[in-house]
Design a protein around this ligand. Structure first.
Ligand SMILES: [Zn+2]
Length: 358
């Protein structure tokens, strides 16, 4: 029997809470995207101005012409960088959604959902063009009958997020990836999957992507975000970036720079952000055939750094690193502050001009 822990007031992570909050958005622009496999609405919210001129060529064609600017010309003196934040890729990973909903509250009202200011994050957020997709997989979210895993067990995470096979055995990780779509093989369809049994991280990207994936890849293709984040929950691991393959060494260098800054910022407040050996490796091409994930697909539609942020989930698990709700929330706000500031410092018109003059 798990301990029942009351959720903090700022913890808006359910499908209904997100949809209700988005109805109140006034400063941002809410756009309804393609619906989920189960017919649930999916939204994105935009803040700031998109200053990217019309694209003249696909990314592939532009790179074939050896001129990225034909795809996305960011050399204009008025260029404002774009950051894309996406939550709930997997339904049982609510933490990033909560972070994004609180960022929306900050941008709308000046305070978070607990009524507290966060001027460090707000001041940098207001200088950027932001695309926020708090609930990418509402079907998966609806497969989880509660709003976070703090106080729950590892078995709860396995059952509700990854599901159970027809014989009742837990699908587990990475076993849940041995069938795709998984729907016809399970007795319980976990939060990883949309109602068709598709895991967004491992879809058929080139030939038959699901609506949820198209929503995400349309943003990376059309806006060429300067930095993109897929928020995930990663059991009771230390906060980290999951390895991404099929990217360039330069993108990995930039992602590692953000990881290092995050490690420093977290350490100042007593939190841990780790950089794994697998993440630090370049490209992944030297390790055989690494998985081509949604993050890889995003990079290959825009050519800019895209990361998979894995949060600690506060499970009841002996001898593990375990954060509580307030700590999980603070880590997200801190990480967003670091990522947004890095983007502003490195990708604005002024930063680009300073670099090209060197
Ligand atoms: Zn995940």
């Amino acid at each position: 029997m798990q301990e029942i822990i009351e959720l903090p007031v700022y913890w808006h992570g359910s499908v209904d809470a997100v949809n209700e909050d988005l109805k109140k958005v006034k400063k941002g622009t809410v756009k309804e995207l393609r619906p989920s496999a189960g017919g649930r609405p999916i939204y994105m919210v935009e803040y700031g101005k998109n200053t990217l001129p019309k694209s003249l060529a696909s990314l592939s064609s532009a790179l074939g012409a050896r001129d990225y600017n034909c795809y996305a010309d960011k050399t204009g003196a008025d260029y404002v960088p774009t950051v894309f934040l996406a939550g709930c890729i997997h339904g049982g990973e609510f933490e990033g959604t909560v972070g994004i909903m609180n960022l929306i509250s900050l941008l709308e009202t000046g305070v978070d959902l607990a009524g507290k200011p966060n001027d460090a994050l707000l001041s940098v957020a207001e200088k950027l063009h932001l695309i926020l997709m708090p609930m990418c997989n509402p079907d998966g979210r609806s497969h989880i009958p509660f709003d976070n895993f703090v106080g729950h067990t590892f078995e709860d995470l396995r059952y509700y997020n990854q599901g159970a096979w027809k014989n009742g055995e837990l699908c587990g990780w990475p076993g849940c990836k041995t069938r795709h779509p998984i729907k016809e093989y399970v007795s319980y369809l976990g939060g990883y999957f949309n109602d068709d049994g598709v895991n967004m991280m491992h879809d058929d990207y080139f030939m038959n992507p699901c609506n949820e994936v198209k929503n995400v890849l349309e943003v990376t293709r059309d806006y060429a975000p300067d930095f993109s984040v897929l928020f995930h929950g990663g059991d009771n691991s230390r906060n980290h970036f999951f390895p991404v393959s099929y990217i360039t060494a330069e993108a990995r260098r930039q992602m590692t720079e953000v990881a290092n800054l995050t490690t420093e910022a977290f350490a100042k407040e007593g939190f841990i952000f780790t950089i794994s050996e697998a993440f630090a490796k370049s490209g992944g091409e030297d390790t055989g055939l690494p998985p081509f994930t949604l993050t890889s697909a995003m990079f290959n539609t825009c050519g800019e750094p895209c990361v998979t942020y894995e949060s600690n989930q506060g499970l009841v698990k002996p001898n593990s690193y375990c954060l509580n709700n307030d700590e999980i929330y603070r880590c997200h706000m801190l990480f967003m502050e670091v990522a947004l500031r890095w983007t502003l410092d490195n990708k604005s018109a002024a930063a680009r001009a300073a670099k090209s003059n060197k």
